[in-house]
Design a protein around this ligand. Structure first.
Ligand code: PAF
Length: 382
């Protein structure tokens, strides 16, 4: 089983205290760094800061990350910080190799965020992409920053279902307990997603990446699991569906997650959007198929009623949440809609599934258009 394989692997791995660098100190970045600081013995964790204001906010916050869980606060202080600079002539810029990098930036900012660190990453490095949404992020990073396979870092990808919201520059409330799913990425530059060959074995995680995975598996809050690339894909696609339905609709109706589907007209609109999204996701799974397992997976996890139940359950469980996309809109930040509903529309075009309603939704989110449920037929004619 996976568990016994994991145990064998963990007992045989050597764990030198290599630093782990975290790039992107949003809610997920803070939760991950805080959780790593609670591993016993804790690995050195370095926060990579890309804006000078972040350094003064870090000082003001007392150089600690505060995570409030079930009303109690836990402050962790054992971090170092490094300013990253785009300026190549910066004499103070450190050039030590980064062995372990966790990227939790917004998906659209990934390449730009890693670029200043390019000279510190090589074939001995591992980059874990722990982000929302789907798209060609890893392919973009590869073609723009690491085109040479012999010096390219190893890649891992992950997805977390933890929910957290910000209460200060370095403090968050850990509101929803979830899990973190991690896998090796077997890169295939000419496809839209990871290749799933060799997916039977978690040992497809390269030797030099095991230290990072071990630390994450030991981190108390994260509830991390190492899975096969195929399983990661399924978890990513489930999360994609949830985010495509919950996040974008909370923007358009400007409401909390829990206020969406108790209104029948919004629930009906969700079913319309979901029928397109489910068709795309099912086709993607079939395209990535290497055997018969996928047919069973389609029935057990990706039928429209099962996906609808998943969306409703997550929306109800996170009822009091302001979705991350609505938080972005309210803070006048760019949203990740191109990597969520936009991804569904783009893959649909390749697969011959017309996602007209999701396309409208993408545009409405971009226009920050808020409507009432009575206006649904004007924007989504049947
Ligand atoms: O992005 C989010 O906000 C979250 O993924 C979720 C589950 C929709 C809860 O708000």
């Amino acid at each position: 089983s996976n568990t016994s394989s994991l145990l064998r692997w963990r007992s045989s791995s050597v764990c030198p205290a290599e630093p782990i660098h975290v790039l992107g100190v949003g809610n997920v970045g803070k939760l991950v760094a805080h959780s790593l600081a609670r591993v016993s013995p804790a690995p050195p964790v370095a926060l990579l800061l890309h804006r000078p204001e972040l350094l003064s906010e870090w000082e003001k916050a007392g150089r600690c990350i505060d995570v409030v869980t079930d009303g109690s606060s836990d402050k962790q202080r054992s971090f170092t910080t490094e300013m990253i600079s785009n300026d190549k002539s910066d004499a103070n810029a450190t050039s030590s190799i980064i062995k372990n990098l966790i990227v939790t930036t917004k998906t659209y900012a990934t390449s730009a965020a890693i670029r200043p660190l390019k000279h510190r990453l090589n074939h001995e490095s591992t980059i874990l992409f722990l982000q929302n949404g789907m798209g060609r992020t890893i392919e973009e990073v590869t073609s723009e920053l690491f085109p040479n396979p012999s010096t390219r870092p190893h890649y891992l990808a992950g997805i977390t279902s933890h929910g957290a919201h910000k209460t200060g520059p370095f403090s968050i409330v850990h509101a929803g307990h979830g899990t973190t799913t991690i896998s090796a990425v077997l890169l295939h530059l000419d496809t839209h997603m990871a290749n799933h060959e060799n997916s039977e074995s978690i040992f497809s995680i390269p030797e030099s990446s095991r230290y990072l995975v071990d630390q994450l598996l030991s981190a108390p809050t994260l509830a991390a699991m190492a899975v096969t690339p195929a399983e990661l894909l399924y978890v990513q696609l489930e999360k994609l569906i949830v985010n495509a339905m919950v996040n974008s609709l909370t923007v358009v109706f400007n409401c909390l997650n829990g206020q969406l589907f108790n209104r029948p007209s919004i629930a009906t609109l969700m079913q319309l959007l979901l029928s397109e999204a489910a068709a795309v996701v099912r086709a993607l799974i079939l395209c990535s198929s290497k055997g018969d397992d996928e047919v069973a997976i389609l029935e057990s996890r990706f039928s429209q009623p099962i996906l609808e139940q998943l969306v409703r359950t997550v929306a109800a469980k996170t009822g009091e949440n302001i979705s991350s996309m609505l938080q972005d809109v309210r803070a006048s930040r760019e949203t990740e809609v191109d990597y969520i509903n936009g991804y569904i529309v783009a893959r649909g075009m390749e697969l011959g599934v017309d996602c007209v309603h999701n396309r409208t939704l993408v545009q409405m989110v971009k226009d920050k258009r808020v409507i009432s449920e009575f206006q649904i037929p004007d924007f989504f004619p049947r």
